[in-house]
Ligand binder design. Structure first.
Ligand SMILES: Cc1ncc(C[n+]2csc(CCOP(=O)(O)OP(=O)(O)O)c2C)c(N)n1
Ligand code: SF4
Length: 319
């Protein structure tokens, strides 16, 4: 394990991670996602969405395409979410968000943020053109891609985010033979004011980033890793352990890029300041989806993790 050498002012160590002091007191107790929905037990999306909605304090209109999140929202007239939501066609999340922004402006409504939120299938693959277009038009919304690394709502087909070597419904024996896209880097190339990565299993870091994004203008993009027990094939009770291992091994790096400046956050900042990444196999091997991964593929993934970590260290403004 790693040790934290320099604790920046305004931060505390909590369970081995650096967290801003303010976190402990700023999280609202009010719930916007009520108990009782149809997601699987241990779903990382449930954990993430609860904290995302808290960060908006009810001042939000959500647009969401077909996904596990539409299942969470429920079927009219029954819902477990207390904020308004538009269920948009799969390919149109970015366009739908632009339209909502234009509608609010035309009606003179102020103080509401439009949140577009979609899975990796709806972001990396099917919705990318709509998101890219809305971003290039300099629309004004928060876009969150929750990433469970597959089309989970329809039984785990592989997506542009499914990892090399992972078994899915459409890569059933050998696992996927291609690497993931780097969606946060694609969005950074659009020159937007705020990009952040987050993880359902570090909810306070996620909450702070959504709050920050909410206060800004333009398209603000967050990528949130959300472990999925049935799709990734691990026990329902291990969600937090697996999600945190993703960060501790460098599979998932927690950072934000604001005004072009890159900063590590939370547990990734702790590791970058004083420690070392754990071996990637500690994250991969407890997951049944990697049961047929080869040693060569593990080496390839480890090399990619090392290279990305070095790139992050090279550009970090807060070390
Ligand atoms: C145009 C279109 N194609 C396919 C579907 C079927 N469909 C519904 S949800 C879904 C999976 C969505 O995957 P993702 O965006 O990754 O979200 P997740 O289900 O993983 O939460 C698919 C393929 C659809 N609703 N519309
Ligand atoms: S399939 Fe995965 S993402 Fe979908 S509800 Fe179940 S645990 Fe959550």
């Amino acid at each position: 394990m790693y040790q934290i050498r320099n604790i920046p002012s305004g931060y505390v160590i909590f369970k081995g991670a650096l967290i801003p002091k303010i976190n402990a007191v700023s999280l609202t107790e009010k719930e916007y996602m009520l108990p009782g929905n149809r997601l699987c037990p241990g779903c990382g999306l449930s954990l993430a969405y609860r904290h995302i909605l808290k960060a908006f304090e009810g001042q939000v209109i959500v647009t969401v395409p077909a996904s596990c999140l539409t299942v969470l929202h429920g079927m009219y007239p029954v819902t477990s979410v207390t904020v308004p939501c538009v269920n948009t066609p799969f390919a149109t999340t970015g366009a739908s968000a632009s339209g909502l922004v234009a509608g609010l402006k035309a009606l003179g409504k102020k103080g509401l943020t439009v949140l577009a939120i979609a899975g990796d299938g709806g972001t990396y693959d099917i919705g990318i053109q709509s998101l890219s277009g809305a971003t290039e038009r300099k629309s004004d919304f928060v876009y969150i891609c929750y990433d469970n690394e597959g089309y989970m709502n329809t039984g785990n087909q592989r997506s542009g985010s499914t990892p090399l070597g992972a078994i899915s419904g459409t890569t059933p024996i050998l696992g996927k033979q291609q690497n993931q896209k780097d969606m946060a880097a694609i969005m950074e190339a659009h020159g937007i004011p705020y990009i952040a990565t987050a993880n359902a299993c570090y909810p306070l870091d996620l909450y702070e980033k959504v709050k920050k994004a909410r206060a800004m203008q333009g398209v603000r993009f967050l990528h949130v890793l959300t472990p999925c027990p049935p799709g990734w094939r691990f026990p329902f009770s291990d969600t937090v352990k697996i999600g945190q291992l993703a960060v501790q091994t460098g599979w998932d790096v927690l950072y934000e890029v604001e005004g072009g400046k890159f900063r590590f956050t939370s547990a990734s900042e702790s590791i970058a300041r004083g420690g070392a990444l754990r071996p990637l196999r500690e994250y991969l091997l407890p997951q049944g989806r990697f049961k047929n991964i080869t040693e060569n593929q593990i080496d390839e993934l480890q090399a990619a993790v090392n290279a990305r970590w070095k790139r992050c260290l090279d550009r970090a403004a807060n070390l």
